[in-house]
Design a protein around this ligand. Structure first.
Ligand code: C5P
Length: 406
């Protein structure tokens, strides 16, 4: 996977170990490669099989074994990792790490971590064990070594006592992991406009012309640009998706409303037009429901062209974004049609996909695209729409890094 980060997750014993499974899922959703070390006490609470299934990697448990390609595990694992996370960390593992004891794979590995590799430790234990001065002294030792101590949270424990000692939630540690691995937001200071979903063109007060677009790809792109630091406005047609956090969401119905919302939100640095805009609208929308007359032919709908929002933005010489990206969904000759579209509409890149019904791309959760620009084509193999968004965002980051240099 392009640019993915390697996280080494150590799962120690404790009733909260089951939360590590959620964390593995989150790490994978954030496009990270996860390798796990499960301590002996950890394996009393969760199984290597669950970890292996979710991480899609081998699980490491034994200090005295070699990796599949005959490397010494505790050295290889620490050298490959961009970040080490201990989730949950027991009082015992914390003590061993502070004292430099190395009597199993997890503790040996923590002693072998190069000083430049960040470590996050998330403690989980009974409140008295946490507040014990011995544990607190060990925590101070670890902090002095620049190890980040995440939590614990306060609350009722499994033993029914109350206080500090609960493992922090998977989502909380995921935020910390992202902040540690991506301290810089490469698109900070950039504004982005994204369109998503279908448009509905009314026929009468209760009927419309629409299409199968789910909006998933556009929403994922908006979120990915936001994560990279951009200030994002998302103009969305009617979809059934939750509103993304920290993104300026403008809901519209028709193509004309979408055009107006887009122009109201210029200027921007980046425009990504993923919406499946209806090419036509009904000329004379009936003010009342069109009645089905007995023995009469169905009504003939007279249509007009909708504005091409992408072309209007790409050809808007006053406030043209630095980078205008269009999407193209085709059922045949998709590369040729897309390149023609890029030239005719005058956008910088076209992201094209083959939406023949058997691909299940339109309205589905996966996509397989080719990005066409004036300098050539780049194919992204079939992947989740979030992952495609991540890869497109990396390409956008590269584009701005290049123009800022030039
Ligand atoms: O011409 P076609 O609909 O295939 O072009 C697709 C691209 O153009 C997409 O990026 C879509 O969002 C954009 N488009 C638009 N306004 C239209 C039609 C398409 O912005 N009326």
């Amino acid at each position: 996977m392009i640019n993915s980060k390697h996280v080494l997750l150590i799962v120690a014993g404790g009733i909260a170990a089951y939360k590590a499974l959620d964390l593995i899922r989150l790490l994978r959703q954030n496009y990270m490669d996860v390798k796990c070390v499960l301590t002996q006490s950890g394996s009393e609470f969760i199984t290597p099989l669950s970890i292996q299934t979710l991480s899609q990697n081998e699980v490491y448990q034994d200090l005295f074994s070699l990796t599949q390609n005959h490397k010494i595990e505790h050295i290889f694992l620490t050298r490959e990792a961009d970040l080490i996370v201990v989730y949950p960390a027991t009082a015992n593992l914390i003590a061993k790490t502070a004292l430099g004891l190395a009597d199993d794979l997890a503790s040996t590995l923590l002693l072998a971590v190069p000083s430049s590799t960040p470590i996050i430790i998330a403690p989980a234990m009974n409140v008295e064990m946490w507040e014990n001065s011995t544990t607190q002294n060990h925590i101070q030792t670890l902090k002095k070594k620049n190890i980040l101590i995440a939590g614990p949270d306060k609350g009722i424990m499994a033993c029914e006592e109350y206080g500090y000692g609960r493992l922090i939630q998977p989502k909380t540690i995921m935020c910390l992991i992202n902040k540690t691995l991506f301290p810089m937001q490469p698109l900070k200071g950039k504004k982005a406009l994204v369109t998503a979903g279908p448009t509905y063109e009314p026929i009468d007060p209760i009927r419309f012309i629409g299409n199968y677009s789910s909006g998933r790809q556009g929403y994922a792109i908006a979120e990915s640009l936001h994560k990279a630091g951009a200030e994002v406005t998302l103009v969305s047609g009617p979809v059934h998706l939750p509103s993304p956090e920290n993104i300026n969401l403008i809901k519209v119905t028709t193509a004309q409303e979408m055009l107006q919302a887009c122009f109201t939100n210029l200027p921007v640095n980046i425009a990504v037009m993923t919406a499946a805009v209806s090419d036509w609208r009904i000329k004379n929308v009936a003010q009342q429901k069109i009645k089905k007359e007995k023995n009469a032919l169905p009504p003939v709908l007279e249509m007009d062209f909708n504005p091409d929002i992408l072309a209007c933005i790409a050809q808007n010489s006053n406030e043209r974004p630095d980078l205008v990206i269009g999407f193209a969904a085709e059922t045949q000759n998709h590369l040729k049609y897309a390149e023609d579209k890029r030239k005719n509409k005058k956008c910088d890149w076209i992201v094209v996909n083959d939406v023949k019904p058997d691909t299940n791309i339109m309205g589905g959760t996966e996509n397989e695209v080719t990005i066409i620009s004036s300098s050539g084509m780049e194919h992204l193999k079939k992947a989740g729409k979030k992952e495609i968004s991540h890869l497109l965002t990396l390409k956008i980051i590269k584009f701005f890094a290049t123009i800022n240099k030039g």
